[in-house]
Design a protein around this ligand. Structure first.
Ligand SMILES: [Fe+2]
Length: 393
């Protein structure tokens, strides 16, 4: 029987190969001069920035370009980007790239709208954080990975190099007005990035599926996203030009994005953020190591969902006639199989994380990431988290 639930995600999705060419016609409703935010120089080298600027200019929109954003964008970079865009008179922000570029674009839109440094808005990290209001400039997302779901969500993850924290800022004012999901932009993604971002989609789907905030709508999205990742991620890692696999993963990322907006993420993402804040690791690579361990920890607290995992990852239609314990263990084996298939690591020490950091990671997990910890079906404190981290090390 269905219980009570709320569901609202106000993002216009423009999905399909070649559709990024429509950005000028759509963006002109939101402003006259755009700041395009990207990470590094690859978008410039492969001509994507130039194409975007042409699509905008034919509709009368001027644009500026800011690429001083790293993976795990920092509060310093965001404040700098906002200062640059304010000087240039930009009135909307386009995030072009993966989660880092889109998260940075969202945060820059906050700083520009409020005229205050981004860290002032970091709830959980500062005393009396400022509220992210409707003064935030309009945000448009153009995703080139599949992905972090950031093109759909109302979150922006910001790292602070001084405090070594990596909180997720959340507000309804952080929703992109429009999200372009064009699988053609994803065919040049290298295999390792495809694997890491693809695993992030899986982790979002699994955590939103098993979260205390899951809804019947997001459950459908998550089940489909898990099926799509299981079926297509190994294919996309093997052959990046496989447009059918790219399209399926872009769709899975979008479904997972809607799901984490409503059902959020749980314990494993809390720990992965804490790892990223301290060790500057690649988000999806950390999740690939941690997910089997945290899933094993939580699975008996929501067995009706976890027992379907193996079936979903193998794209089977019916649950096998096995005991609940066998089905739960089958799910863990399938996750491990996926991790190995896509060439990711299975131990934290292989990611350059130092054993002496584990305690601080556990402390931050249950500290500034406690919101996500509370959504896990199983209660966990610092001791449990530290034990899991040691196991995964
Ligand atoms: Fe994630």
């Amino acid at each position: 029987m269905l219980g009570r639930f709320d569901y609202q995600v106000p993002v216009r999705v423009i999905f399909g190969a070649g559709r990024v060419s429509e950005i000028g016609a759509i963006a002109k409703a939101y402003g006259k001069k755009a700041l395009i935010v990207a990470t590094g120089t690859s978008s410039m080298r492969n001509g994507l920035i130039g194409r975007l600027q042409v699509y905008l200019s034919v509709e009368g929109i001027q644009s500026e370009y800011f690429n001083e954003v790293s993976p795990n964008p920092t509060s310093f970079q965001i404040d700098k980007g906002a200062g640059f865009a304010m000087e240039k008179g930009c009135d909307m922000v386009i995030g072009l790239g993966g989660g880092s570029a889109i998260d940075a674009a969202k945060a820059i839109a906050v700083v520009m709208g409020h005229g205050k440094p981004i860290w002032n808005f970091a709830a959980g990290c500062v005393e009396n954080p400022l509220e992210i209001t409707e003064k935030t400039l309009p945000i448009i997302a153009v995703t080139t990975t599949s992905g972090t779901g950031s093109h759909i969500t109302c979150y922006s993850v910001v790292s602070n190099e001084e405090t070594r924290q990596k909180p997720g800022l959340g507000s309804p004012n952080l929703y992109p007005r429009v999200a372009f999901v064009d699988p053609e932009l994803m065919v040049t993604m290298p295999p390792k990035t495809t694997a890491a971002t693809g695993f992030d989609v899986f982790a979002h789907s699994l955590e939103a599926y098993t979260s205390n905030l899951s809804t019947p709508i997001t459950d459908l999205y998550c089940e489909e996203a898990i099926r799509l990742v299981g079926r297509y991620l190994p294919r996309a890692v093997k052959d990046g030009t496989d447009i059918e696999a790219r399209t399926a993963l872009a769709f899975a990322d979008t479904l997972a994005g809607f799901s984490i907006t409503v059902a959020v993420v749980t314990l494993c993402h809390a720990a992965a953020h804490a790892v990223g804040g301290i060790c500057h690791t690649v988000h999806g690579e950390v999740l690939a190591v941690l997910t089997p361990y945290f899933a094993e920890f939580s699975m008996k607290s929501r067995p009706e969902k976890y027992k379907k995992l193996g079936m979903l990852l193998r794209n089977e239609a019916v649950l096998a006639d096995k005991s609940e314990d066998d089905l739960l263990n089958d799910g863990i084996s399938e996750i491990l199989k996926l991790v190995v298939d896509i060439g990711l690591e299975t131990r934290l020490n292989r990611l350059g994380i130092k054993a002496h950091d584990l305690e601080a990671i556990a402390r931050d997990t249950v500290g500034y990431m406690s919101g996500a910890v509370a959504l896990d079906p199983r209660k966990a404190g610092m001791e449990e988290v530290l034990n899991i981290l040691k196991e995964a090390y």
